[in-house]
Design a protein around this ligand. Structure first.
Ligand code: NAD
Length: 497
């Protein structure tokens, strides 16, 4: 009998009006576990109506009450994170320890959001003119939309909804249809934490549901994370419809290793950041820029580390799990052929890997390509798999130029023991998030996350101070308590006295 994953609207699960569904696989077995309902525009409208009905009460609830619910959610999530990690592993494929890391990074944002009273304080200027005060309020937007990708089914929604809710907004979340259960699990946990019905809603779906969010007149803002072409589409369409938009896109993150770097530490970092989560991270390192003098040495240290990596079912203690779908696995595998044709050296070939898992899983092992020409699509495309491409450069300057010429600008890293070179890099590189001897520089929750160039459209990054700004709008009040001396007519533009 087929099990369906339903929407979560107005505080309970809902089948919705659409009859369309999509399969949800266990990527480690290749077996369809469930079917997810693909919501229609009518389903989005039902969720938006529930969120709009809940908005006045939620926006009016005290900061103390909202804070208490977020604290309760935090405690529940922390206590039951093992359950969520199992869900992530079974639908995404990432290994359990990595699923735990994803939840920990999401929990950080909940921690940050529990401090919302401090973050929502406005400003006050006393006596700007005689007897006149000016002050600002940060108020919620209303109903906000969130659209998330498959690669972080818990963390990416958690980048947005804790702050959206803390600021007094109500939410409609459209998670990835490839691994949708985590979103519903979190919706149920929010309810258990005391969140009123209708404040947080989940509608599953694909383009039809997304377009309905982009066009719905009641939705005030859209927070999106996904691939660059869709991020651009979301940004253009939602902006055209008058919404506030933050749309985070794809990446091709370069790690530059200078000759003075500790090559063992650099090799560890390249392996961890290149193959963790099977390379399906927007902050994965996919290009290693090695300065000629140390390149052979570095490549051999990386290759020797790769020989100890295990690929398999995420529940079996392996280092790396499967890819998300068979189609994606085949696409990633195709790049190995392209690399050979384009003149690269295939140092470690991940096709036909040895696995600790079912034959039907979407397997592809860690792959190392050397001498990758920058004219190859292996270099320019976001492959989004465990494929590390080594490009040899003659100097820091050549490495920097390649990074700055990339259309993406999500993350980058430099490995060096030269403080002056690192400082130069942080100033000169055109990328939103920079690591100095840190390969995956995802900022902590009290800073903000976002790339430059084609890695982000819109001007507010995710979470941190920019997240608070995104989910609030400021109102400036100019106030004077009248007395008879303020009488008289004057049609001129108000001046201060
Ligand atoms: P995706 O763009 O295919 O899908 C993202 C969301 O958009 C999903 O909810 C999906 O249902 C929806 N969608 C897909 N096609 C659509 C269409 N034609 N019209 C409207 N909506 C559509 O991305 P994905 O494959 O789920 O995720 C991987 C991508 O996300 C990678 O490119 C990765 O770099 C990127 N990503 C970026 C960040 C970041 O912070 N910059 C973080 C995580 C993932």
């Amino acid at each position: 009998m087929t099990t369906y994953i339903n929407h979560f609207i107005g505080g309970s699960t809902a089948e919705g009006s659409s009859t369309r569904t999509a399969p949800v696989f266990n990527p480690a077995t290749g077996v369809i576990q469930k079917e997810v309902r693909l919501g229609s525009a009518a389903d989005i409208d039902t969720a938006v109506k529930a969120a709009a009905a809940a908005f006045p009460g939620w926006a009016d609830s005290s900061l103390a009450k909202r804070q208490a619910i977020l604290f309760a959610f935090r405690e529940l999530l922390n206590a039951r994170k093992g359950e969520l990690a199992e869900i992530l592993t079974s639908e995404h494929g990432k290994v359990l320890s990595d699923a735990g890391g994803e939840i920990a990074r999401g929990l950080e944002v909940v921690d940050f959001a529990t401090g919302i009273p401090q973050l929502l304080k406005g400003e006050y200027s006393e006596n700007v003119s005689t007897g006149v005060d000016v002050y600002t309020l940060k108020q919620p937007l209303g109903v906000v939309g969130i659209i998330s990708p498959f690669n972080f089914p818990a963390m990416v929604p958690l980048w947005f909804f804790p702050l959206a809710l803390a600021a007094g907004n109500t939410v409609v979340l459209k998670p990835s249809e490839k691994d949708p259960s985590a979103a519903v699990w979190m919706a149920e946990l929010l309810k258990e934490a005391g969140l009123p019905d209708g404040v947080f809603n989940v509608v599953h779906g694909d383009k039809e549901a997304v377009d309905a969010i982009l066009e719905h007149p009641v939705i005030q803002s859209v927070s999106f994370v996904g691939s660059t072409p869709i991020a651009r589409y979301i940004y253009e369409t939602a902006s055209k419809n008058g919404k506030r938009v933050q749309a985070l896109g794809g990446a091709k993150n370069h790690m530059l290793v200078l000759p003075d770097a500790d090559l063992d530490l650099a090799a560890d970092a390249a392996v961890n950041a290149g193959f963790g989560s099977a390379g399906e991270r927007c902050m994965a390192i996919s290009v290693l820029l090695a300065v000629d003098t140390i390149a052979d040495d570095l490549v051999s240290r990386i290759a020797s580390r790769m020989s100890s990596l295990t690929t398999g079912d995420g529940r079996r203690g392996c280092d790396m799990g499967p890819l998300i779908t068979e189609v994606h696995r085949d696409k990633v595998a195709g790049y190995v052929e392209v690399a050979s044709t384009d003149g690269a050296t295939v140092v470690v070939d991940g096709r036909n890997p040895e696995v600790n898992g079912d034959d039907g899983g979407f397997w592809f092992g860690p792959t190392l390509l050397d001498h990758v020409p920058t004219s190859s699509t292996v270099y320019s495309d976001e492959i989004f798999g465990p494929v590390l491409s080594v490009v040899r450069v003659s100097s820091y300057a050549e490495g920097l130029e390649l990074i700055n010429n990339s259309p993406y600008g999500n993350g980058t890293a430099i490995f060096t023991n030269d403080g002056g070179a690192a400082r130069r890099f942080q100033r000169e590189v055109s990328v939103g998030m920079v690591g100095i001897n840190v390969p995956i520089p995802v900022p902590v929750a009290y800073h903000s996350f976002g790339g430059w160039k084609h890695s982000m459209f819109g001007d507010a990054k995710a979470y941190g101070p920019q997240g608070v700004e995104f989910f609030t709008r400021e109102k400036a009040i100019t106030s004077r308590w009248l007395d008879p001396s303020h009488g008289g007519l004057n049609l001129g533009f108000p001046e201060h006295d």
